[in-house]
Design a protein around this ligand. Sequence first.
Ligand SMILES: Nc1ncnc2c1ncn2[C@@H]1O[C@H](COP(=O)(O)OP(=O)(O)O)[C@@H](O)[C@H]1O
Ligand SMILES: [Mg+2]
Length: 408
Amino acid sequence: MKVVSLLPDFGWPAFQGAARALYAMVVEQHIDAITIDLRAVQRAFPNGVVPLVVLLNQYRKNLGVHFGAMLPDSTDVARIFDTQNWAAHLFPDHGFPLTNRPSALHRFSETTVNELINGHIRDALGQASYAQGVLQAFEWALNEIAGNALVHSGAPEAWMEVVVQRSARRMAIVVADGGLGIPETIRHAFPDKAPRDEDAIALALQEGITSKPDFGQGKGLTGTLAIVKANDGGRLSVHSAGGVVEWRDARLSIRPEFPPFQGTMVDIQLSIEQPIDIETALWGQGPVFPFNEALFGRETPLGVMRFVLAREASGFGNRLTGQQVRLKIENLLTSAPDHVLEVDFAGVELIASSFADEVFGKLALSLGFVGFSSRLRLIRLNKFCRGIIDDVVKSRIVQAHGNGAHGK
Ligand SMILES: Nc1ncnc2c1ncn2[C@@H]1O[C@H](COP(=O)(O)OP(=O)(O)O)[C@@H](O)[C@H]1O
Ligand SMILES: [Mg+2]
């Protein structure tokens, strides 16, 4: 049995090292049983793990290679391989656990992509607070890039991982497929325009360039690049076949890459505290509704979002739940400054004063009376909840006047 070992820092460069070793063993020496040795891994990143998932899947399916697993020696790192679904997707026949948590790695197909993306947005909303435009940009780009993997790659499935790094104030999105690759689809449509793989990727990133004119408009990759450029500290890399195009430190680089990656991997990193002017980035055609309507807008008129409280928790008895709910409401209000937010209490029989204060008391304090009453609309709440909320909001407003302050 042959062994391929990963470096302690398991990101894209470590993946490439492993890809080179695997190519030599599988393609040149026809070895069909290989152990992936992760024991030395100290830190792993989606842009290393996800392409390895794609590559092992190809060798397994196309050439019948069997992969053994040696998990990281560090128990902390090994636990991350479990909780992020990394072990489960790298070694699907080893019985590793698979979780539904949105922030783990997920395989997706046409039938699961929308629910997965919506789950990511709901999840991201409660993870951190975001500058204006960041969440819409995230939703827009994730839809475009995931859609591309399903529409253009020729492969029936792809993988995505979205990570919000609260302490670093960044978010990372990695989407990868093991399909045709951008150079092949682009050259098919523009035979003489891009002889080298990296030029084909650069061409695909230009506005209006599409290989399926009756289907797309060629805006997905350009728009994603525009979003990343509009976000101070934003980064994008598009790896496909033998090329990579990267936006980083406010510069675009177009380079060949070896070994080639059979498929496409898009790696987007945003700073969540830097606002994104999404209207300008997307040709003045930012989303009319701040988010996909299925999320916060079903059955509401334009200009109104709806936040269904009963979906957020099974009980509303404490401040911790309250903090989560307030964070989400604040993110929605920031994301859509011209929208009213309806908080729908249907199915909520009972809330505690501490919960009500944490959400509505503190919102009244930060928004002020006028802001609170013009931006929030509480609907379908029973007498009991109304009484509790009246009470906490009143005392917070009194407090604000008493201190002349609006701190927390
Ligand atoms: N995952 C992918 N696999 C293969 N080709 C891709 C992939 N993503 C993008 N492309 C190529 O890049 C082109 C531009 O993509 P995009 O800007 O999203 O526009 P559109 O999807 O409307 O064609 C696509 O038409 C396709 O040729
Ligand atoms: Mg597209």
